[in-house]
Design a protein around this ligand. Structure first.
Ligand code: PEP
Length: 250
């Protein structure tokens, strides 16, 4: 089964509007002949600026999070309606920084997943274990729970809008990457979990990205693995020089 590779850049809390515009313009130029699927996720403050630059190109616009409610008295939050208004097409949900720093639980993440789908967004649902969970032999169980709970109430039809990103927390921003073999084993396991929930066809089709210190020099080895269908990139997504070689691997 051939799946399209999907490379996404999470710019996190970096870049002013002018810096974001500069990077987006460089990516539009340098990825225009790229053969994979691409997404950039700037900060909320730069979405409108970047939307104007990536519109009509092969780069999708993503947000790094969204509120779990449609609108209302939720100081500091950003709603699906506001993101749609800016031309955002996808949202990253359940990122480990949201889970572990901002204490988002599976129930909240699931609420966001369902709301985003209801409003027609694509979703990148991040899952991944902490170092102590890996060392205790719980990596599969943690990823299974986060996948099952994150997708609760998501229909088989809606699953086509979901990408899973496996991001071992100990590999994010640390320079430590899971070996291609270790990553592939968890990807295979997550695919099995999707199979149990949605059937073999859905399991074969779902895109599972790897995230955690992906760089130009490890991207190709990771993506050569059968179950690794792309990457969610943090640090290396902040410069065209480091993101483009990942995005154009292969
Ligand atoms: C991320 O935050 O999603 C990520 C994978 O970061 P980094 O590439 O910097 O490890």
């Amino acid at each position: 089964m051939s799946r399209n590779y999907y490379i996404a850049g999470n710019w996190k809390m970096h870049k002013t509007r002018s810096e974001a515009a500069e990077l987006a313009k460089a990516l539009v130029t340098q990825l225009k002949d790229g053969k994979h699927k691409y997404l950039v996720a700037p900060s909320f403050t730069a979405l409108e600026t970047v939307a104007a630059i990536v519109k009509g190109t092969n780069i999708l616009l993503g947000a790094q999070d969204v509120a779990s409610e449609e609108q209302g008295a939720h100081t500091g939050e950003v709603s699906v309606l506001q993101l749609k208004d800016l031309g955002v097409q996808a949202v990253i949900l359940g990122h480990s920084e949201r889970r572990h720093v901002y204490k988002e639980d599976d129930e909240l993440i699931n609420k966001k997943v369902k709301l985003a789908l209801k409003h027609g967004f694509e979703v990148i649902l991040c899952v991944g274990e902490l170092l102590e969970e890996r060392e205790a032999g719980k990596a599969e169980a943690v990823c299974e729970t986060q996948t099952v709970k994150g997708l609760e109430g998501v229909s088989a039809a809606e699953l086509s809008k979901i990408t899973i990103a496996y991001e071992p927390v100990w590999a994010i921003g640390t320079g430590k990457t899971a070996t291609p073999e270790d990553a592939d084993a968890i990807h295979a396991y997550i695919r099995k979990v999707i199979g149990k929930l949605y059937g073999a066809d859905a399991a074969a089709k779902i895109i599972i990205q790897y995230g955690g210190s992906v760089k130009a020099d490890n991207a190709a080895q990771l993506m050569a693995k059968e179950n690794i269908d792309g990457a969610l990139v943090g640090g290396a997504a902040l410069k065209a020089d480091t993101f483009v070689p990942i995005a154009k691997f292969g």
